[in-house]
Design a protein around this ligand. Structure first.
Ligand code: ADP
Ligand code: ZN
Ligand code: ZN
Length: 746
């Protein structure tokens, strides 16, 4: 008897064993899809993980219903990656499988399946020489024939899609039918791609690198001789992307594939066009706005005889079936959006990329102008290789950063709008000399906070060093980590004014004010509201690039990976709001964002200028920004992380408890936390009620663990699973919903 262990697309931790029917033996293998019965009269598409001869004990084994594939669609390396993700992120294997495969590749019962798309074409039959005789008195047929001949020679083509014949020639399909019946015209169908590719007008070779880039490239390569991971820390516009292009070429020459990971937001046409210009059809693009049919098509191409050699994609592209992966590039490695939030598996794409590369014996290059504290720490301590590029390409100077003290301006009643008078003046000068302007304003709607309108002071938790969130209903300030509640003060402890108010204004208001301040100037806004449509993001960017728009107002979406050449001024409105988020990464994020935003200024022609509006200009972070001193910033952050027990010194895991009954969720969380505290004591924070404490009729509670980072993932898993099983021994909590967020971002 032959048995198959398979994974089902359900949130289940285990694999399930089925018997392989005799007629399937010899045809089935690891990585094949099969249809299996599960539960009551339900059928699912499962993937074979293992074939063996050990009959499972004590249960009735069902048979596999049918075999979907004639070749594997998942390879062994991928299965190992799924198992690692499931193990490390404490997520059911079934959830990993679900996230990895496009949904059309795993239909249930009667669900829609993937169908390739075909197009019908017509061409002229070159073997026919007596067309005149054949058309005879059918004048229209002769006319259509001539029209097609003309069209083909004018456009230099040999065929057209059937659906274009009538609109392009003016003759009906009945006339065409006459020609096809006489075999003058041949009709045929062909499989076509669903993926629309941008037409790249200029193809080019990779640029010759300048001396700094050459040196960096050599250093990266020599790092890879000893280490599997290397950080390339290069200021914005230093030419990192060109270095990646050279590395990809080296992989191509060795017959190896490259995965180029980018955060959602950075996957712009600018970048994909640049890569397509060099790599053409060897490049596949995998992002979140492509639909499931297109995703499936890419997947099928990856397992075909001619897979993409290079894939640029967002985090889920990690799960594509690579064969000869040689290099993974993680661009903008610091981006927190690399962490999957909802649903499970809650994996970090950068960290998973490193594991993926290890499985294939490939290398990982992490690139950033503002590395995450964790990565920089790993580079500094020698775990990763480390290469820097300090000069901008063509040695254009980094922008000049100045501050506007809004506290002082408010006190002296000079702040009449959201923009400081100094900034308004600079914008006017820039506009007069034909330059463009970018203004950032971060939206913080989801986590309202209190702030002193005069001095920018915000209340913080004494234990966790994070800003407190304002819970409107209960009129309380709460720490999102330890749940300690504070009464909001009405008077500011710094300036002793009764000037404390909730904050949280968005970009819309800013756009409105800017439009009024600069009459006759074209203003556009870019944020999640204005970029919902498939092409709206591109349109805003191209309007700005083509200088149809002079002032662009937006959120952090604007800071990433865009390359404009005419921006004289970048303004950061209310920088304090970036730094006072209720999470421990707020300074890291704020610094990164401001430095990235600054990078948009004056890239090609001249030194740009950045104006930061803040009520707290003494904050040391601004000095580091002005000096472009990432290193000192890093040391200051590291000291705080150490003091308050955050990564890279501790590993954070959030335990989430949910139940429809609030009382049950509450008592379940209390009990779980008590069990954890028996061995971890102080390193267990909470349970706490998150700001959004009810999701889809479930009440949510969080418990935060700060674990020793020396503990192995296996130990951590063992510990948590044993606590969970003790938790479930209590009959009240046997079926309580729980999940984990390993390496929770904030
Ligand atoms: P980064 O990725 O570090 O922000 P880019 O690779 O985008 O930097 O380089 C910045 C600009 O300089 C781009 O417009 C790029 O085309 C140009 N550039 C970089 N390196 C070269 C080179 N070796 N030759 C010509 N142009 C280059
Ligand atoms: Zn104050
Ligand atoms: Zn706290």
């Amino acid at each position: 008897m032959l048995f198959a262990d398979v994974v089902l697309p359900l949130p289940l931790a285990e694999s399930f064993t089925y018997a392989v029917p005799v007629e399937m033996q010899g045809k089935i293998g690891v990585g094949f899809r099969v249809i299996v019965p599960f539960g009551r009269r339900k059928f699912y598409t499962a993937v074979v993980l293992k074939l063996h001869h050990n009959p499972p004990k004590g249960i009735e084994v069902k048979e596999i219903h049918s075999l979907t594939d004639s070749h594997p669609v998942v390879n062994e390396q991928q299965i190992r990656l799924w198992e690692w993700v499931s193990f490390y992120y404490l997520s059911p294997l079934g959830d990993v499988y679900k996230a990895a495969l496009p949904s059309m590749m795993k239909p249930q019962d009667l669900e829609e399946r993937y169908k390739s798309r075909t197009e019908t074409y017509i061409r002229l039959n070159t073997g026919i020489h007596d067309v005149d005789r054949l058309t005879g008195r059918a004048k229209k047929q002769a006319g259509l024939y001539q029209a097609l001949k003309r069209l083909f020679s004018e456009e230099g083509i040999e065929r057209i899609p059937l659906r274009e014949v009538a609109p392009k020639t003016g003759y009906s399909n009945t006339v065409l039918k006459g020609l096809t019946e006489k075999k003058i015209v041949i009709k045929y169908s062909e499989e076509v791609s669903r993926i629309d590719r941008q037409t790249v007008l200029l193809s080019r070779k990779a640029f010759t690198l300048n001396d700094y880039q050459k040196k960096a490239l050599e250093e990266v390569n020599s790092c890879f001789e000893e280490k599997n991971v290397c950080l390339l820390h290069g200021v914005t516009s230093s030419g990192k992307t060109e270095i990646y292009i050279h590395l990809i070429e080296e992989q191509l020459n060795q017959g190896k594939q490259t995965l180029y990971l980018v955060p959602e937001i950075a996957l712009t046409t600018q970048l994909t066009c640049r890569l397509q210009a060099v790599f053409g059809d060897k490049l596949g693009i995998y992002h979140s706005k492509i639909n499931d049919n297109e995703r499936t098509e890419i997947w099928q191409k990856m397992v075909s005889g001619s897979p993409y050699e290079i894939v640029i994609g967002v985090r889920s592209s990690l799960f594509l079936p690579f064969r000869r992966l040689g290099l993974v590039i993680v661009d903008e490695e610091h981006e927190t959006s690399y962490k999957q939030q909802e649903p499970a598996p809650r994996y970090h794409a950068r960290d998973t990329a490193i594991v993926l590369a290890q499985i294939y014996r490939a290398k990982t290059l992490l690139g950033s102008a503002t590395p995450s504290i964790e990565t920089f720490y790993n580079a500094k301590t020698g775990k990763y290789g480390f290469v820097t590029l300090e000069k901008r390409f063509e040695e254009i100077e980094l922008p000049f950063v100045s501050l506007e003290n809004t506290r002082e301006l408010r006190r002296t009643k000079k702040m009449k709008t959201l923009l400081a008078p100094g900034l308004i003046e600079k914008i006017n000068t820039a506009l007069e000399s034909g330059e463009q302007v970018i203004l950032f304003r971060n939206r913080r709607g989801f986590a309202p906070m209190l702030e002193c309108k005069l001095c920018g002071w915000t209340p913080k938790c004494s234990r966790c060093d994070v800003s407190l969130a304002y819970h409107k209903n209960s009129r309380e300030l709460k720490c999102h980590y330890c749940n300690k509640a504070y009464k909001p003060a009405s008077e500011c402890p710094v300036c002793h004014e009764k000037s404390i108010e909730p904050v949280g204004m968005g970009t819309e208001k800013l756009e409105e004010e800017v439009t009024q301040l600069f009459p006759g100037i074209a203003v556009a806004r870019m944020d999640t509201d204005t970029t919902r449509g498939k092409h709206s993001y591109q349109k805003i960017i191209s309007d700005f690039q083509n200088r149809k728009v002079q002032i662009l107002v937006g959120t952090q979406m604007l800071a990433k990976g865009l390359d404009f050449d005419n921006v004289g001024i970048v303004g950061i409105i209310a920088a304090d709001g970036l730094l006072n988020h209720p999470d421990f990464r707020s300074h890291e994020r704020g610094f990164q964002l401001m430095l990235q935003a600054a990078g948009r200024a004056g890239r090609k022609s001249r030194q740009g200028e950045v104006v930061i509006q803040t009520a707290d200009p003494e904050q040391p972070i601004y000095r580091y920004l002005q000096a472009n001193d990432y290193e000192s910033f890093y040391h200051s952050q590291l000291a705080e992380r150490k003091l308050f027990n955050y990564p890279p010194f501790k590993r954070l895991i959030s335990v989430v408890i949910k139940h429809r009954d609030e009382q049950k969720a509450e008592s379940g969380a209390e009990f779980f936390a008590r069990l954890l505290k028996q061995s971890l004591g102080e390193m267990v924070l909470g349970p706490n009620k998150p700001l959004i404490s009810r999701i889809q009729r479930y009440h949510i509670r969080h418990i935060l663990l700060k674990l020793d980072n020396q503990l192995s993932p296996a130990k951590i898993r063992q510990f948590i699973k044993s606590v969970e099983s003790r938790f479930r021994e209590n009959p009240d909590f046997k079926y309580m919903g729980t999940y984990y967020d390993v390496d929770v971002m904030g």
